[in-house]
Design a protein around this ligand. Structure first.
Ligand code: X2X
Length: 339
């Protein structure tokens, strides 16, 4: 027995006429008015995707089925570089992207990734929910993308390696390290005298496995959920930057939503971000023991020499010049004097 598409359409038209009363099966079969794709680069098990699925269900319920926000995790629709072009053209309607990678389009968006700027999460959320975040969102809006108010957490980044632990900046010398596709990342690891290679996250596991690169850097939550411990031996707690994901929307797709639906969608996305921050921070804080059991060897280097190395290399002065006085002041207002 098969039900043709025409039968379904006829049945759902009937359900609309009847207001759906007494016809729950048909009402469910009716497709949403707005079917939007949300793409991201993280594993299905990462808190970001757990909260995104919960958010999608809440949006469907609150809009009475009118908005179906479908979650595509794990680079299923393409790499970050592909998705950045798709979010601009409308090929995908929603996308979360690290500000540092978004900086290939919106230069100011990498500012939170300045080496060793943020000491802790409290300082991060105060800045990103405050003036610094508002400034960056303003720049993103100027690039004609829609951005939600609350940035999602990726975390403080640590350095893993298959060849040697990183104990001090001298261990970075000549170190073949994968970095995301972003001028700030490349600049920072060049300042450490490392040998950075720009590779999208979709290719990281295999690049490590085949030893195209020796190491990479990411928060523990991701080293765990993306199973990078399977292809790395050492994990050095360098804590060298904080990274987060801006929740972006294609402008035309966003404006197709009636205002009342936009309010519901934005409210649920921002609420999910706040919950995801709690989950991810918890995972980043607690997963070390599990990673040790899985064979990763941890070390805790002293941070000051890394910062000194960046200073001596002129890293802070260079980026202050690139961002300009206004943005740099907003950063220093949150984290204290850097250069
Ligand atoms: O590409 C990465 O390393 C990741 C997943 O952390 C980002 O999106 C920046």
């Amino acid at each position: 027995m098969s039900i043709s598409r025409r039968d379904v359409l006829r049945a759902s038209a009937a359900a609309t006429v009847l207001g759906g009363v007494g016809m729950p099966f048909v009402a469910r079969a009716q497709s949403a008015e707005f079917v939007y794709k949300y793409a991201n680069n993280l594993p299905d098990t990462h808190p970001l995707n757990v909260r995104a699925r919960e958010m999608s269900a809440a949006i469907k319920a609150e809009t009475q089925g009118r908005v179906d926000l479908q979650v595509f995790p794990n680079n299923q629709l393409g790499s970050d570089t592909d998705m950045l072009s798709q979010i601009r053209s409308g090929g995908v309607e929603f996308f979360t992207l690290s500000g540092l990678i978004l900086a290939t389009l919106v230069p100011a968006a990498s500012i939170n990734g300045i080496g060793f700027a943020f000491p802790d999460y409290d300082t991060v959320w105060k800045a990103m929910d405050g003036d610094l975040g508002a400034y960056v969102r303003g720049e993103i809006t100027k690039a004609n993308l829609v951005v939600m108010d609350k940035i999602w957490d990726n975390g403080f980044r640590q350095t893993t390696s298959s060849s040697r632990p990183i104990n001090g900046p001298e261990d970075f010398k000549g170190f073949k390290i994968r970095v995301p596709v972003s001028p700030l990342w490349t600049s920072m690891f060049k300042a450490f005298d490392a040998s950075p290679a720009s590779i999208n996250f979709s290719e990281v596991y295999s690049a490590l496995q085949t030893r195209v690169v020796e190491g990479q850097e990411n928060p523990l939550a991701l080293i765990s959920t993306a199973k990078l411990y399977e292809v790395q031996k050492y994990c050095s707690m360098t804590n060298h930057m904080w990274d987060g994901f801006w929740f972006l929307a294609n402008r035309r797709a966003w404006e197709r939503l009636p205002a009342d639906l936009r309010t519901i969608v934005a409210k649920n996305i921002n609420a999910a971000a706040v919950n995801e921050r709690v989950d991810t921070a918890k995972l980043n804080a607690n997963v070390r023991e599990d990673l040790t059991a899985k064979g990763l060897i941890f070390n805790q280097p002293t941070v000051a020499p890394f910062r000194d190395k960046l200073r001596q290399a002129g890293f802070y002065a260079e980026w202050k010049g690139k961002y300009g006085e206004q943005a740099w002041e907003l950063l220093e207002k949150s984290v204290g004097k850097l250069a």
